[in-house]
Design a binder for this molecule. Structure first.
Ligand SMILES: Cc1cc2nc3c(=O)[nH]c(=O)nc-3n(C[C@H](O)[C@H](O)[C@H](O)COP(=O)(O)O)c2cc1C
Length: 191
């Protein structure tokens, strides 16, 4: 039977998983491939075409700068009795294990409610995630509490907010079945 576009997209959606840095192979993701994936993100729906998603891509030397910053932010903003040396080291390590890490930023235009700009940015991330997954690149959206202290490092404008980081890397993890409660438990029908 011919593999239809519908079957392909269903497969990509169902097979996309959160893949974490310890599973990443030490393999560069080229700038041109990242641009291709970001082009997919850029096709997200957007009310009044405000296109509120912004991305800051850390790769090559940029990764060590980000690794240091995230680790230092964790140290600075964690009360000493909660501080874990292991977490501090993991924070650095998971950036350095990645082929690229992308800061996910929303730019509030004021033209539509903020939740719509957030929703559109999340749609863009899902496009990026699906496209990366189909290209054999694993990723996951990390949303540490410390992002709210990173505006200066990320050079954000006053109307911009960082929503976390998308970690990415080639991997060879076997397919994993998703954990979800059935959709019919989350759906009400009015017929
Ligand atoms: C907005 C958002 C924030 C997330 N933040 C984190 C996070 O901080 N840490 C984490 O381990 N996973 C995070 N995730 C990924 C989820 O853990 C993951 O998608 C979930 O476990 C379902 O697994 P699956 O994506 O493989 O189906 C986030 C996902 C979204 C959509």
């Amino acid at each position: 039977m011919q593999h239809t576009v519908y079957e392909s997209i269903k497969q990509v959606i169902n097979q996309r998983r959160a893949i974490f840095p310890p599973s990443y192979l030490r393999k560069d993701i080229s700038k041109s491939q990242l641009i291709e994936l970001l082009d997919c993100a850029n096709m997200a729906p957007t009310h009044k075409l405000t296109q509120p998603w912004r991305f800051i891509v850390f790769r090559e030397n940029g990764l060590s700068k980000l690794a240091d910053q995230l680790a230092e932010h964790y140290k600075t903003h964690t009360p000493s009795e909660q501080f874990l040396q292991k977490k501090y080291e993991n924070t650095r390590e998971k950036v350095l294990q990645s082929g690229a890490v992308i800061a996910i930023v929303v730019s509030y235009s004021g033209a539509v409610p903020q939740w719509e700009e957030l929703a559109a940015t999340a749609c863009a991330v899902q496009n990026l995630w699906l496209a990366a997954s189909a290209a054999g690149i694993g990723g996951y959206w990390s949303s540490p509490g410390t992002v709210k202290h990173m505006s200066d490092f990320l050079k954000l404008a006053a109307n911009e907010e960082c929503l976390g980081f998308f970690y990415m890397g080639f991997h060879d993890e076997p397919a994993r079945v998703a954990t979800r409660k059935p959709i019919l438990e989350k759906t009400r029908w009015e017929e």
